[in-house]
Design a binder for this molecule. Structure first.
Ligand code: ACO
Length: 339
């Protein structure tokens, strides 16, 4: 199932007015992991491109990381919590099953006027949030929205399973969205595209902890509340879905892949990214990579990368940026932004 989302022409144009990101202090390197499971820096680097990841402290929750990233995005946008009408947190690792992590963030930002809720679309979550916030602003129902991708995946990883524990990290990224007022405004959202395939729920999931399989003393020992993944299957689906999603968003924006100055892909695996950009005929110097430092931070990955790229010299005014993601669900999403 795919959406007809975003040809923005008939509605108010929407822009990204500020971005922010945050990663926890503690770094876990591939060499650290060599002491925990039977793996090697060489295997992890050659199969994924990941060298290290950041791990949140025990008392540092998803909402704390989300709030740090949000404060940076608000500061760049020149706004405060009370200016927000809408907060969406994309996460698969909420502080609590209920209330939503977005409610904790609303409180810590003092965003008393904002409605706040979470969405669960795994690694595509930030771009799902982007699209639904864009539509709300474009339709005139809200003025200013904060979207956040935030994850504490380290709390949902089986640290004895080498197939998965080497892949993930913690962190948060955020963006403030508002209507575009002037032609010179940066961060204009040109197009977006979302898709879901619910036939593939079994290849990537956290099987326990929900109503289908509440965690008990017995099944906790089987690590049922940890991420489980059929890596090879996910790899193939990720390449196909992200290539197609990229092509659709580029076409909806009235562009070709030659017009894309920078691709900011989901940061799961360098080999997946290379396969997609090769098929799109986009050279490696036009692809933003930070997975070597952070690993796969699921919903936070594209958000952190967008913040880092746009605060660095990787992005110049007027550049067209393709964002593309893929995750459990299966879900996929893409967007083209003019900076
Ligand atoms: N260290 C050493 N060896 C390992 C490790 C490890 N950490 N993990 C697996 N291996 C072994 C396997 O046991 C296997 O051994 P065998 O051949 O003796 O059976 C061998 O390495 C090869 O395993 P594969 O699974 O075939 O390795 P592959 O090349 O597919 O790489 C990986 C695995 C990195 C997980 C890859 O499949 C991948 O990136 N998949 C997609 C992940 C992704 O994109 N996820 C996105 C969404 S995540 C989300 O939504 C939360």
């Amino acid at each position: 199932m795919t959406s007809n989302a975003a040809n923005t022409q008939s509605l108010l144009p929407v822009r990204i007015a500020g971005t922010g990101s945050y990663v926890p202090k503690k770094i876990l390197t591939n060499h650290d992991l060599e002491k925990m499971v039977e793996t090697s820096d060489d295997w992890i680097t050659s199969r994924t491109g990941i060298k290290e990841r950041h791990i949140a402290a025990k008392d540092e929750f998803t909402s704390h990381m989300a709030t740090h990233a949000a404060n940076r995005a608000l500061e760049q946008a020149g706004l405060q919590g009370e200016d927000l009408d809408l907060i969406i947190v994309a996460t698969i690792t909420p502080d609590t099953l209920t209330p939503a992590t977005a409610c904790y963030v609303q409180q810590s930002l003092g965003a008393n006027r904002a409605i706040a809720f979470d969405i669960s679309a795994a690694c595509s979550g930030f771009l799902y949030a982007l699209e639904f916030a864009r539509v709300a602003i474009a339709a005139g129902s809200v003025k200013t929205a904060l979207i956040i991708g935030a994850e504490k995946l380290s709390a949902f990883v089986n640290w004895t399973d080498r197939d998965t524990c080497v892949l993930f990290g913690d962190g948060a990224g955020a963006a403030v969205l508002s209507a575009q007022k002037n032609d010179s405004d940066t961060g204009k959202i040109l197009s977006s595209h979302l898709g879901t395939d619910g036939k593939q729920t079994a290849i990537l999931n956290i099987p326990g902890g929900g109503s289908a399989c509440p965690i008990t003393l017995q099944n906790a020992e089987q690590h049922l509340a940890a991420l489980s993944m059929q890596g090879r299957e996910v790899f193939k689906c990720a390449v196909n879905a992200m290539r197609q999603a990229s092509e659709i968003a580029i076409e909806k924006a009235g562009l070709t892949s030659e017009d894309i100055d920078l691709v900011i892909p989901h940061q799961a695996n360098l080999r997946i990214i290379d396969a997609i950009t090769d098929r799109l005929k986009i050279s490696k110097d036009r692809v933003f990579i930070n997975l070597d430092k952070y690993g796969n931070t699921s919903a936070a990955a594209v958000a952190i990368a967008l913040d880092e790229a746009t605060r660095s010299d990787a992005v110049k005014p007027g550049d067209r940026i393709l964002l593309v993601a893929f995750g459990a669900g299966l879900t996929w999403a893409s967007a083209v932004i003019e900076w």
